[in-house]
Write a protein that binds this ligand. Sequence first.
Ligand SMILES: [Fe+2]
Length: 206
Amino acid sequence: MKNRKDYQSIEFNFEGGVDGMSEKMLTDHLALYDGYVKKSNEIQTKTDQADKSSANQSYSEFGELKRQETFSVNGMKLHELYFSQIDGDGEPKGIFKEMIEKDFGSVEEWKAEMVATGVASRGWAVCAYDFKDDRLHIYGQDAHNIGAVWGCAPLVALDVYEHAYFIDYGKTRGEYIEAFFKNLNWDFVSKMIEKWGIDKMHRGSE
Ligand SMILES: [Fe+2]
C-alpha cells in the first residue's frame, strides 16, 4: 500500500470522570484501544512484506493478516467513536433526536432497541445511518468484525464486550448500558451528522 501513514492513537482525557464508569475501567479500556491502533499498524506493515503468492483460505500468513486486519481496524474505529461520545449529559437533543423521532417514533423506542441489541450482542450495538434506505438502523455485532454492515455511517457505538463493563458491573450489563446512555453526548452525534451532510440526505430531506 503506497502513501500509508501509521494510525495515531487519539488521546482521550477523562480527568473529570465519567459518571458510572471508574477510572480503572476506562484506563484499562483505553489501553485495549491503544492495542488495536498498534496492531492495525503492524498488520498493514506486514501486509506489504507478506508473500502474496502463497495466499490460501485454509492457512497462509497473508490470509491471517487479512482476517485480523478487519478485527483491529474496526476495533480502533469503533472505540474512537465510543470514547468520543461518553462525555455528554445524556440529554436527547438536536438533529440526531429529530432523526430518531422520524425513524423510530420516539427516543424511548430507539433506546429500547439499542438496549435490547446491546443485551443480545456479544460485541457492539451500533446505530448507523444506512445509505441504502437513507435512515437510521441499529445493527448488532458479535465482534469488531462480525456483523458490520457496509454502506453505513456509524453514529452511536455501544461497546458490550465484557471488558467494557465487568470491572465495575460484573454480569449486570444492563446497569452499564444505562450508564452509557447517561453520558451520551448528543451534540457530538449531531455534529457528525452535519459534518458528513447526513441531515441533508435523511430520507431525501422530506
Ligand atoms: Fe471495548
